[in-house]
Design a protein. Structure first.
Lengths: 253, 228, 255
């Protein structure tokens, strides 16, 4: 099986990144097709977050290629803001703008970045907030007045409102209680069904089983093992994958 | 002449006239300080090495020089060097304003830096430029967080207007001095002046609370603990 | 949100502020001959603010107005500032002359030029004519009842040197102290010598001793401004030798 194909919306080739002496990414290659949900699992420190941040250049990789919709993202000529506007990013700690209401958080992208009118932005934002099932009485609330689950759903809506080609999720539920994580995962599953292209770093094996088209197991800055979810999660080939999955199972049981 | 009685009516008229000057001078100065201090804070946090250095020298110099010396330079030395003389009033506004800009830049620098990295990453991830991020995310939060310290700075500016009497500004303290010199009653007139300063400051404490409630970042307690 | 930058507003505000500041410096271009006088109006009766009309007035102010008139000026503009700012203001041309009860000292003479002294702050000892009190040193006042004006150099001097040995009575004005002397409530009054000289002509009192403080007040001009200084000195001499002088002293020290 070739690691990447030209039809992929996102292609990563031989990506490398060091922080000082520590190698975090050590030659990572894979592709994400349109409409696909790809899940990345692996122990912490395996470079998963760094990988996501290299894709929209919040972190500059040292080597390798990131091709997004045929554009070389790492090229000097690229206006990275235009790329970022087309790549959604959902953070572990939500990172909602604290001074804006839920609705304003979702509106600001279309307004400031896309230059839409207030009315247009509001329509898009309301639609996005409904898509993540945010209760209407929470639209005018500030982030600090919302539960963690609500905040993360607003953050997903904020990404959706930009109508991105792909959304990157960086451990979206690991800061949440299981119950609140559930409401976020439900939203993500719906998005997967609607064929929203997603690249998800998570520890939620259930989500991977339920929604992923492929699962990548990261270890020591590389893709250590990859495959169809059931295959990889129920029948891993490599020792490190087995050890990791056992530990996850112990924690969740 | 010493011991001349002045009616309370006349004395209050003089003191209120002085208080008016104190308010006008302090308001213009704090605004000038804001217009200069905020850009300096932005230079210090976002500028390149040169801009940052320039801003640091500006801030350090003005914070290191006593206000009286700043006045002396603007009012007396500048005309000798440049041939441009400012009337005492504008020299006072500029002196107090640039001095305050150094302290305001420090306030805004610290609140700009207090806006979390996550907020900035989120803005960048939406495709915002550095300037847009500053305009729509960093400054709105930094300015709200700055309200208590800024109000405090205004109170300091208000009280420091009295130093302008050195270059001939007749504000509250100077009016009190006049009264003391003709009546020989320091307790009464300095006491009245002190009372007027207090009256000018107390509503600001209240205003700071109102502003904090109205513009503070909801639920974070960001600007609600206002103390002056 | 896009397009209109908030920084434009900031620039406009700064420009306006500077424009207003600049307009303040443009001279009005009148042909009037104006003498700009620096003073520090917290030293009555030499200079102080008249509470009822808000004008800066006093002995010095009236004197400089007389001088200016004699020198052909149309107008006197009084600028009040902190005493310590007066010399810098003179040096930088903010004011033409300084009259502020300023004592002529060697230190100050290095940086400004002074007119001839117009006021001796020497303290005169005044007694009733024919009282027979002889004073050849301050010690001779020991055990006497002494009147002074509250807050003056004389009061401070007497309290310091005779506070333990004499009865010191403070009065709100020189006149009140002198009246107390005339009706026998005190044996002597200690006061500024120019005032004492005027009283000795007016009342039945005499100066029996002068305590030298060495404080002489002068009018200051910018160093080297000989033309202005000469004009001031000539006018000052003329005024001091005329009845105008006594009128002036009486106006501010008499009642």
């Amino acid at each position: 099986m070739p690691p990447t194909s030209e039809s992929d919306v996102l292609i990563i080739r031989n990506l490398k990144k060091k922080f000082g002496e520590k190698t975090v990414l050590n030659g990572v290659s894979f592709g994400v097709k349109r409409g696909e949900t790809k899940v990345i699992i692996g122990p912490s420190g395996a470079g998963k977050s760094t990988l996501l941040r290299c894709i929209n250049r919040l972190v500059e990789p040292d080597e390798g290629e990131v091709i997004f919709d045929g554009i070389n993202v790492l090229s000097k000529d690229v206006d990275i803001r235009k790329i970022r506007a087309r790549i959604g990013f959902v953070f572990q700690h939500f990172n909602l703008f604290k001074h804006l209401t839920a609705l304003e958080n979702v509106k600001i992208g279309p307004k400031v970045v896309k230059g839409l009118s207030d009315d247009e932005a509001e329509k898009i934002a309301v639609k996005a907030l409904k898509a993540v099932h945010l209760e209407e009485d929470a639209f005018e609330k500030y982030p600090a007045e919302l539960s963690g689950g609500q905040q993360q759903r607003v953050a997903i809506a904020r990404a959706l409102a930009m109508e991105p080609d792909i959304i990157l999720f960086d451990e979206p539920t690991s800061a949440l209680d299981p119950q609140l994580a559930g409401e976020v995962l439900d939203v993500m599953k719906e998005l997967a069904k609607k064929k929203v292209t997603m690249l998800v770093v998570t520890h939620e094996i259930g989500f991977a089983l339920n929604a992923a088209d492929e699962v990548l197991f990261f270890y020591n800055g590389r893709i250590w093992e990859r495959g169809e979810p059931r295959e990889l999660l129920y029948n891993p080939k490599r020792e490190e994958t087995k050890a990791f999955l056992r530990r996850i199972a112990d924690l969740s049981l | 002449m010493i011991g001349t009685a002045v009616s309370l009516d006349v004395a209050m008229r003089m003191l209120l006239e002085g208080a008016k000057m104190t308010v006008v001078l302090s308001v213009l100065s704090i605004i000038l300080g804001l217009l200069l201090g905020l850009p300096v804070a932005i230079m210090e946090t976002y500028g390149g090495r040169l801009l940052r250095y320039v801003a640091m020298v500006y801030e350090g110099t003005l914070r290191g020089i006593p206000l009286l010396a700043i006045y002396m330079v603007i009012f007396f030395s500048m005309p000798l060097l440049t041939g441009i003389g400012l009337p005492a009033f504008w020299a006072a506004v500029i002196g107090l304003g640039i001095r305050s800009s150094a302290y305001q830049s420090q306030i805004f620098r610290s609140t700009i830096q207090a806006v979390g990295e996550g907020q900035i990453e989120a803005a960048y991830s939406l495709g915002m430029s550095k300037l847009e991020t500053l305009r729509y995310v960093v400054l709105p939060q930094a300015i709200r967080m700055a309200v208590p310290a800024w109000m405090n700075e205004y109170v300091i500016v208000l009280k420091d207007t009295s130093i302008a009497l050195a270059i001939g500004i007749v504000e509250l303290t100077r009016q009190a001095q006049y009264l003391v010199s003709i009546t020989g009653e320091p307790f009464r007139y300095y006491g009245l002046a002190a009372f007027l300063y207090l009256i000018m400051v107390l509503p600001l404490t209240y205003l700071a609370g109102v502003l904090a409630r109205k513009y503070g970042i909801k639920g974070t307690g960001g600007a609600s603990n206002v103390r002056i | 949100m896009k397009g209109k930058s908030p920084y434009i507003g900031v620039f406009i505000a700064v420009s306006l502020l500077l424009a207003v500041a600049a307009s303040g410096c443009i001279s009005t271009g009148t042909k009037e001959k104006v003498l700009v006088v620096g003073t520090s109006a917290d030293f009555p009766p030499f200079e102080y603010k008249n509470a009822s009309n808000g004008q800066i007035t006093g002995f010095d102010i009236s004197l400089i107005k007389l001088i200016a008139k004699k020198m052909g000026y149309d107008k006197v503009e009084v600028k009040d500032m902190d005493f310590d700012s007066l010399i810098p203001a003179l040096q930088t041309g903010k004011v033409d002359v300084v009259i502020a009860g300023m004592t002529i000292t060697q230190e100050r003479e290095k940086v400004v030029d002074f007119s001839i002294p117009y006021w001796e702050a020497d303290q005169a000892v005044l007694v009733r004519k024919g009282s027979g009190i002889k004073v050849s040193s301050v010690d001779d006042l020991k055990g006497k009842k002494i009147g002074v004006e509250k807050g003056t150099t004389g009061a401070i001097y007497v309290k310091k040197h005779l506070g333990n040995s004499s009865t010191i009575k403070e009065y709100p004005t020189y006149v009140a102290a002198t009246e107390a002397l005339l009706n026998g409530q005190v044996d002597a009054v200690v006061l500024d010598s120019p005032v004492a000289k005027m009283f000795s002509k007016k009342y039945s009192v005499e100066i029996v001793y002068t305590i030298k403080t060495g404080e002489h007040y002068g009018i200051a001009v910018k160093k080297g401004n000989k033309k202005l200084l000469d004009g001031i000195n000539n006018a000052l001499k003329a005024i001091m030798n005329s009845p105008e002088w006594n009128k002036l002293v009486e106006e501010y020290f008499g009642s």
